[in-house]
Design a protein around this ligand. Sequence first.
Ligand code: CIR
Length: 268
Amino acid sequence: GNFTHAIVRGIPASLVQEALRSSLCQVDLVKAQHQLQLHIGTLKDELGLQVVELPADESLPDCVFVEDCAVVCGDTALITRPGAPSRRKETKAMKSALQELNFKIVEMKDDTATLDGGDVLFTGREFFVGLSKRTNHRGIEILAGAFKDYPVSTLPVFEGLHLKSFCSMAGPDLIAFGSSEPAQKTLKILQQTGDHHYKTLILPDDAAANCVFMNLSGKGQVLLHCTPEEYPNSAKVFERLTDHLLFPVPNSEMSKVDGGLSCCSVLI
Ligand code: CIR
């Protein structure tokens, strides 16, 4: 999409001990903060986006992962009900920020519904939503009701946290996908389900398939993607994209707590 703003949030020190995670890797807080600053710097200084920086909240260890709290499309912002109970209060600051930016707010209030933004892939034509550890059918139903102009299809997430833990948009009608067997299984279903046949960019590393694409007026096609230090083979695939302005952004610390590149911002 054609974005002008990004909403981000600081990293609380509590992330190190208390953030939800599937691995035992120790996060380096100072390095994580530095990496987030580089990411925000790219959005602001290189891309000229207006960045709204919400303050970290020590009582919400995962609050930096703002993508999970809202799905924004057109003039509507859906405030989610995150699948992890420890993350539910993160939505409050996001709701206020989006209200201030004049979005029409829809809140997922049903206490049987769950949905994380990390499960929501918007292609510009339609939504694909992952049925995952964090997102359930009722959550997807509410999303479909909030964005009636677009078809919504459900995709199974066989492994990993979210749908976008192994895929994301990488260009117009171009979807980046990881090459693991579970990722490829989801891709096959996507191609059979969708309203359109999408081109794919296959990355050797699932995590690297979570990149951030923007079509910016004045800049053209912009892609934030993994660094060669973290994923040398996947970085090479991105470096071959000649139509894009490429920005490698480090993400090693967030990835230790299952955060992809896209999770640290809500682009609007
Ligand atoms: C969690 O488990 O909820 C966080 N530690 C990571 C969330 C990452 N979210 C995302 O990539 N959209």
